[in-house]
Write a protein that binds this ligand. Structure first.
Ligand code: SF4
Length: 93
C-alpha cells in the first residue's frame, strides 16, 4: 500500500535503472526494441505503473517509456481517449 504522504515517484522502481533503457533513441530498430522491452519489463513490476502512465498521458510526455508505454502507444491511447470523449464511449488506458 502506498503512503499517501509520499509522491508516486517515490515508489518508481526505475530509479537507478539505466536511463538509456527508458529513453531509447530509435524505437524501430531491433536493438532499440530490445531496450523498450527491457524497460517495459521493469514497468510491469512497478507498483506505480498506473500513476506513471496517467501522469505521462496528462502531461503529453513526448519521449521515453512511461507506465509501460512507448510514445507511439501513448499517442494511440490519447487519440482513443479523445475519440471516447467525443462519442461518449469509455476508454480505459
Ligand atoms: S511505470 Fe515504469 S517508468 Fe513509470 S515509474 Fe514505474 S518503472 Fe518507472
Amino acid at each position: 500500500m502506498l503512503n499517501p504522504d509520499k509522491h508516486w515517484t517515490d515508489y518508481a522502481i526505475c530509479r537507478g535503472a539505466d536511463p538509456e533503457l527508458f529513453y531509447p533513441i530509435n524505437y524501430t530498430v531491433p536493438v532499440m526494441a530490445e531496450q523498450v522491452e527491457a524497460a517495459k519489463a521493469i514497468c510491469g513490476n512497478c507498483p506505480v505503473k498506473a500513476e506513471c502512465l496517467d501522469w505521462a498521458l496528462r502531461a503529453g510526455e513526448p519521449d521515453g517509456i512511461w507506465g509501460g508505454t512507448t510514445p507511439e502507444e501513448r499517442r494511440y491511447i490519447r487519440r482513443e481517449m479523445r475519440r471516447g470523449e467525443r462519442t461518449g464511449r469509455i476508454v480505459a488506458a
